[in-house]
Design a binder for this molecule. Structure first.
Ligand code: PPE
Length: 305
């Protein structure tokens, strides 16, 4: 990973190498923290713009609220700080990672009164599952690890600790020679992937899992809106792993993964084994929107000036 120049840390810009924490940082021990992943895109006119920034910051505050963490800044301050961090690092296209964590002080599980700290880091991040994955599609494997139950971890919070569940699945899939893990919920239905939401298409009709056990993806929301605008039939409904085998197309959505086609699930070819028409159209629509070429969705972009 390439270093950027500055990191926003507790309200100030500090040099990349100076953004350090103590080993007694509470979140490091117990995982109580929340974060976001946001992308900034270079527009066709050369102007960088951040995709759905207020929605991401709102989810960050929602995640903190769920975990009982009080962020010592306003949403507006965090929005401005994200823009500022991109600007000072002179990056055009980049990934933005705000993280809220409990600092050092007391130890123990109930030591929730330690200072709540906030950092915003930006760096260049290319295709999450590789350029080939975006063009040709990726291979998924149903995970042996279930997605956490809605009453064990809080699935609506993008919480640091939730990613232990994701990492177990992601690493297992990659060790098995697959690109990514498809996770089932505790009832056995498809939930989401380790870091993406999942969609299937059959006979022109698009299906994605309901909000229940998933992280409510902001890309998922954007894709649903674009599909509906284009007159495509979409439903949010539970489905089984074998229903995915019968799909004509499948794709995943996420900030890092954007719209990534799926060409195989559990060693079964999906459709023709190549990205299908619904997926391809969506990728083009998404690229046009994020590059600022679609005036209808200009409201989803926050320019970095
Ligand atoms: N589910 C999970 C579990 C998840 O982590 C993400 C984002 C999504 C769904 C999609 O949400 P959204 O980005 O709002 O569309 N995953 C982040 C993880 C990246 C990382 O590996 O770190 C991301 O895409 O930023």
């Amino acid at each position: 990973m390439e270093k950027s120049d500055y990191i926003w840390f507790d309200g100030e810009l500090v040099e990349w190498d100076q953004a350090q924490v103590h080993v007694l940082t509470h979140t490091l021990h117990y995982g109580l923290g929340v974060f976001e992943g946001i992308r900034c895109y270079e527009g066709t006119a050369g102007q960088p713009a951040i995709f759905r920034l207020p929605e991401h910051v709102d989810r960050l505050f929602g995640s903190a609220h769920i975990l009982g963490l009080s962020i010592p800044f306003t949403q507006e301050q965090i929005i401005n700080a994200c823009v500022e961090t991109v600007r000072v690092n002179k990056l055009r296209a980049c990934y933005i990672r705000p993280i809220v964590f409990l600092g050092a002080g007391e130890m123990g599980l109930a030591a929730v009164h330690n200072p709540v700290r906030v950092a915003i880091i930006v760096w260049s991040w290319g295709a999450y599952l590789g350029e080939d994955g975006v063009r040709k599609g990726v291979r998924l494997r149903t995970s042996s690890f279930q997605r956490m139950h809605v009453n064990t971890h809080m699935t609506k919070a993008k919480a640091v600790g939730n990613y232990v569940n994701s990492i177990l699945a992601a690493v297992e899939a990659r060790r098995g020679g697959y690109d990514e893990a498809m996770m089932l919920d505790v009832d056995g239905y498809v939930s989401e992937c380790s870091g993406e939401n999942i969609f299937i298409v059959r006979r022109g009709r698009v299906k994605t899992t309901p909000h229940t056990s998933i992280l409510s993806g902001i890309t998922r929301d954007a894709v649903l809106e674009v599909l509906r605008e284009d007159g495509v039939a979409v439903v949010e409904e539970r489905f089984t792993r074998d229903e995915t085998y019968l799909a004509d197309e499948a794709f995943m959505t996420g900030t890092a993964a954007e719209v990534t086609p799926v060409r195989e699930i559990d060693d079964r070819q999906i459709g023709t084994g190549r990205p299908g028409p619904v997926t391809l159209t969506l990728q083009q629509r998404f690229a046009a929107i994020t590059r600022g070429e679609d005036r209808g969705h200009a409201g989803w972009l926050t320019p970095v000036r």
